[in-house]
Design a protein around this ligand. Structure first.
Ligand SMILES: Cc1cc2nc3c(=O)[nH]c(=O)nc-3n(C[C@H](O)[C@H](O)[C@H](O)COP(=O)(O)OP(=O)(O)OC[C@H]3O[C@@H](n4cnc5c(N)ncnc54)[C@H](O)[C@@H]3O)c2cc1C
Length: 453
């Protein structure tokens, strides 16, 4: 890069998707960025994990084609987004022959994609099809929001959803989108997710499954982008202290003009508690996600790239979705990822017992006995995977009471639950706030030279 950077120097703490988005936005606007990250591998809660010779992710992720900011920034840092994902129409399909539903929308413009998915044989009785159609049109009529928030189950009861629709469609949708059980999840946040998936353009509802690992997908490309623009990535460096200085902010004794704190809510609270109290940070609760990887012979293949599974703790059936990575890349053939959302109930089950139960569940659901005996298995659990999306949750804003300190991260105020898109949107927003706040101010460059850094 030949352009000279701005004299302003910004610290971004945390190289998850939000911090990487903030750093990219700042670097592309000509600001010099230092990106600090505790781990050597960037990506945070959406990152590559290398173990026993396998390259896995910390958890299976799906993006939606309507994740506009994520896709825009990926393109900006040089990702070929058409090649990076397997694109599928919106769907929730159970294994064939299971008598459960197979709701797969065709590649048709909205609302015909929903209409056709409803009309064709999909395992639903006519009465359920009508209730579902009425429910979606009522949500549309309500403009996808309630004046008073309530749990998702209350909303579905009001809209007359049958137990079968609840069990096979709404519950798995709510768990996968909000990582919060429907009887405790915010109906308003759920409605916003539905608005942007089934309520918008058909193309926005398409599902994108990454073909590469999550660190390579965006964070590592973002780091190359900022390094090419005079920025620096400090991997393996945990920031221990933040102090307000008359000329900016001291991050572990180095002076910056402004700081974007793009960590999780919990780490943000720890870092700034001496400077300020942000009460919304105290109100967060967190929920876990387990991802159980199972390895089979490369010839073992599911009928679809991913399938829904019926979970039932009484039968030790914990898995809710299974992804067959053989559909994504030939070198990944035989690797399956089984997702357990809102998984605190499995936290105490020994790993090997859990993996064996999941393999049995898979074999039974897919009617493929070979799936009961994987050649290897590995479980990754993220204890604080996402914040708990309860009704009426109040999230902090990006701006703090402290001049020059901004919050980013999936938990910051926004439309979405904890997702990659909310992380990226909030990262971009924090970068814009920094730029606005510095606009017209003199740089702290001269003060910096006087400091022992
Ligand atoms: C298993 C799992 C499955 C998921 N599935 C999906 C999905 O399918 N679709 C979807 O959209 N979203 C999904 N999510 C949610 C999504 O991954 C998160 O919302 C998103 O990654 C959050 O990004 P973030 O940058 O806000 O925070 P984080 O990823 O938590 O990044 C914060 C970073 O800050 C670093 N850090 C913390 N403290 C310090 C410090 N003092 N100094 C330096 N660095 C520090 C951390 O190491 C971390 O890398 C899933 C999450 C998990 C865990």
């Amino acid at each position: 890069m030949t352009e000279l950077p701005s004299l302003h120097h910004i610290a971004v703490i945390g190289a998850g998707w939000s911090g990487c988005a903030a750093a990219t936005e700042l670097a592309s606007s000509g600001y010099r960025v230092s990106l600090f990250e505790s781990s050597r591998i960037p990506g945070g809660r959406a990152r590559r994990v290398e173990t026993d010779g396998q390259i896995l992710d910390n958890g299976q992720h799906i993006l939606l084609a309507g994740y506009r900011e994520s896709l825009r920034l990926m393109k900006k840092v040089g990702v070929d987004v058409n090649a990076a994902f397997m694109r599928l129409p919106l769907q929730i399909a159970y294994p064939p022959d299971s008598n459960d539903i197979s709701f797969v929308t065709p590649f048709l413009p909205a609302p015909f994609h929903l209409l056709i998915a409803l009309l064709r044989p999909n395992g639903l009785q006519m009465a359920d099809k009508l209730t579902l159609a009425r429910c979606i049109s009522a949500m549309r009529w309500m403009d996808w929001q309630l004046s008073e928030d309530c749990p998702v189950t209350h909303l579905l009861e009001q809209l007359g959803q049958s137990p079968r629709l609840y069990q096979l469609l709404w519950r798995p949708l709510c768990l996968s989108a909000l990582n919060t059980p429907p009887d405790e999840a915010s109906a308003n946040i759920f409605l916003r997710v539905l608005r942007d998936s089934i309520g918008g353009k058909r193309a926005d509802s398409d599902m994108l499954i990454p073909k590469t690992d999550l660190s390579a997908l965006f964070p590592e490309k973002a780091i190359h982008f900022i390094e090419a623009r005079h920025g620096q990535f400090h991997g393996g460096r945990t920031v221990r202290a933040l102090h307000k200085h008359h000329a900016g902010w001291l991050v572990d004794n180095t002076l910056f003009d402004a700081v974007i704190l793009a960590t999780s809510a919990r780490s943000a609270q720890q870092l700034i508690r001496r400077q300020a109290r942000i009460p919304e940070l105290d109100a967060f609760r967190f929920e876990s996600i387990h991802t159980c990887y199972l390895g089979y012979a490369p010839s073992v293949r599911l009928s679809r790239p991913f399938l829904a599974l019926r979970d039932n703790p009484r039968d030790n059936h914990w898995g809710q979705f299974v992804f067959d990575h053989g559909w994504l890349h030939p070198t990944r053939a035989g690797i399956f990822a089984v997702v357990i959302s809102a998984s605190s109930s499995v936290a105490d089950i020994p790993r090997k017992t859990l993996e064996s139960a999941i393999a049995q569940q898979l074999a039974k659901a897919c009617r493929m006995p070979a799936l009961a005996t994987p050649s290897w298995s590995y479980t990754l659990s993220e204890r604080d995977a996402t914040f708990f999306c309860y009704p009426g949750i109040v999230r902090p804003s990006c701006q703090t009471e402290l001049d020059g300190l901004f919050l980013a991260g999936d938990y910051v105020h926004g439309n979405y639950p904890a997702t990659l898109e909310s992380a990226v949107q909030n990262g971009v927003n924090a970068a814009k706030q920094v730029i606005w706040s510095l606009h017209g101010k003199t740089s702290a460059e001269s003060a910096r030279t006087a400091l022992p850094c």
